[in-house]
Design a binder for this molecule. Sequence first.
Ligand code: 4AD
Ligand code: MG
Length: 454
Amino acid sequence: MTTRIKEIFQTGQPDQSVTVQGWVRTKRELKEFTFLEVNDGSSLANLQVILEPTLPDYENVLKTISTGTAIAVSGNLVPSPGKGQNIELKAAEITLYGDCPADYPLQKKRHSFEFLRTIAHLRARTNTLGAVMRVRNACATAIHTFFQEKGFIWVHTPIITANDCEGAGELFTVTSLDLKKPANFAEDFFGKRAYLTVSGQLQAEVMAMALSNVYTFGPTFRAENSNTSRHLAEFWMVEPEMAFCDLEGDQDLAEAFLKYIFKFVLENCPEDLQFFNERIDKTVLSTAENIVNSEFGRITYSEAIELLEKADRQFEFPVEWGVDLQSEHERYLAEELFKKPVIVTNYPKTIKAFYMRLDDSNKTVSAMDILAPKIGEIIGGSQREERLDVLIQRMQEQGMNPDDLWWYLELRRYGSVPHAGFGLGFERLVQFMTGMTNIRDVIPFPRTPLSADF
Ligand code: 4AD
Ligand code: MG
């Protein structure tokens, strides 16, 4: 039976006999004995292991162990005289699984995140990327727990689809291809057009029209060739969809949702968040506390434009009613004016998707974006257009053929109800939580215009 290192730090007692398995981070040879730092990914902290010359085959063991070596260590826990941790392991037996030659790229020194991206297959063994993966896991757990506690049903929407939900034309196409034959890219999805989904929303709406409250949590794809620190070509999205819900209910749920996730991670990953706060961004902990304890700002798009027009600065993109908010505007509002997340509602219909509910003014739609400090848009959502005639008109206005979405329109013919939902960009959430500046460093294998190997 092996024990995870996290458990040893939580419940390990002196004299307890344990076996741990992990990778050696460092080896420090002194005259009388040798120290190893071993990590198994369960916690940020390494377990200190002491090897004494009485250990069977001591000299040989020392020769084969180096940074990166995979080992199992059995022995007794002893109180640690050093500062930092209370317990360490005195080795009685060492098993070597895999040695690690000196060209191992993760030698003990600081590596840039840029360099680490070129070794995505190894970088989870570093402190930062390991902590990112644990926080990412905690965020995902919090998301499921939040919705499950509220009785939402997790639905699995397709990855391959015929629709462009957002209408932004940022699609990857799916083509069947026999690698043994010369490529024929015209031969697409069994004679039909098919794409990788940009959002599970339309299918989630189908499910909400039967199950009332549902959510999706899966990969989505955008063929935007943008090399920014906030865009990926493949990212994960969480999309709740609620029948009998309006824009206000949508905002309330989104705010409660973000608060829940931050509280959950604060409680479940305190060491990792502390690490990010010390090493990556010294506002990580105060931001998390602020999310949990403060009410989000709520303004309309028109109010946002007024605030931006009054701003004491020149923006690169000038603002006037009707323009889409750029990241510099979003960040000014959330980071500098509100200093907390702010929900902006009722955007002009011309800059939003066809499915958003038209307001009485006929100029705006019941949209909402949540803007977060340092990130900008983290959530995008809306109340959906439930009136068949208005929906058809909106599709036509945007140059869409209503027949292409005949099944979506039928939802408005058969027992239509007001409904609303939103999409949370999962990697932007993890960025927000950890303070990591580049979105490529919060997903195990980033898909961006420049990555292909992994
Ligand atoms: O605002 P978006 O495009 O909204 C939708 O897709 C809706 N169908 C959601 C819904 O109402 N069910 O995307 C939602 C969120 C954004 O707020 C952002 O956080 C994230 O997805 N996102 C991206 N994250 C990483 N890389 C990209 N290229 C992203 N594009 C959007
Ligand atoms: Mg959006």
